[in-house]
Ligand binder design. Structure first.
Ligand SMILES: Cc1cc2nc3c(=O)[nH]c(=O)nc-3n(C[C@H](O)[C@H](O)[C@H](O)COP(=O)(O)O)c2cc1C
Length: 193
């Protein structure tokens, strides 16, 4: 029988898993190491080479500021205490996060949805690059990611930009639990003719 052992890159993809953000602590990657992860993330399928994304690296003080802003925005929006606490927790707990920003570009050829897909691809590539490098990482959004007041004041986004994801990166304090994975029989159709 042929050797079924997957090559290392495929073995990684077959076993990769996120680490809950609350388990991510210090150390976090230094700038050079993070730049390499961002380089890997930006090597992403992108129809028309529009580069419809950019990165905002959030270090400690910025994360604290965003935690405070989440509380202020939550209160002005009339959100309850539990929602505010949950919304700010990702910033309060984190030591390093990258906001992946979808930047919609004008194009006659490439539909906006394809630019959105590409931004999602960048998020997964960054997550996987961090995991492959031995860090723990988690892709989060939460209500602040979708609140225009928060993203415009807190991250300086323009009208044609939105948050595709906050990728938190750090050293995991615990092995992440496995979670059920899709049943391939249920989601795969083989078309033979
Ligand atoms: C766009 C997007 C946003 C997410 N936002 C959150 C979130 O705000 N809170 C949360 O607990 N999980 C969120 N998740 C799920 C986490 O990333 C979760 O840890 C992940 O699905 C685990 O998958 P993995 O182990 O295959 O990497 C989000 C996932 C995606 C794709």
């Amino acid at each position: 029988m042929a050797d079924q052992t997957p090559p290392p890159a495929l073995a990684f993809l077959l076993s990769r898993r996120s680490c809950p953000a609350k388990t991510l602590g210090l150390p976090v990657p230094e700038r050079d190491a993070l730049l390499q992860l961002l380089t890997a993330a930006a090597r992403c399928p992108d129809h028309g080479k529009l580069e419809p994304w950019r990165f905002i690296v959030l270090e400690n003080k910025a994360l604290s500021r965003l935690g405070e802003l989440t509380a202020a925005r939550g209160m002005s929006l009339g959100r309850d205490e539990a929602e505010i606490t949950k919304g700010r927790k990702q910033f309060d707990d984190s030591h390093l996060a990258v906001a992946v920003i979808e930047v919609q570009k004008d194009s006659e050829k490439i539909p906006p949805i394809e630019q959105t897909y590409s931004a999602g691809g960048v998020c997964l590539s960054l997550l996987n690059a961090a995991l492959a490098a031995g860090w723990g990482a988690n892709w989060l959004s939460g209500w602040p990611a979708h609140d225009r007041g928060f993203v415009e004041v807190g991250l300086g986004l323009n009208g044609h930009e939105r948050v595709a994801g906050f990728i938190h990166i750090g050293t995991p304090s615990a092995t992440p639990p496995e979670r059920p994975r899709p049943d391939l029989e249920q989601i795969t159709t083989w078309v033979t003719e």
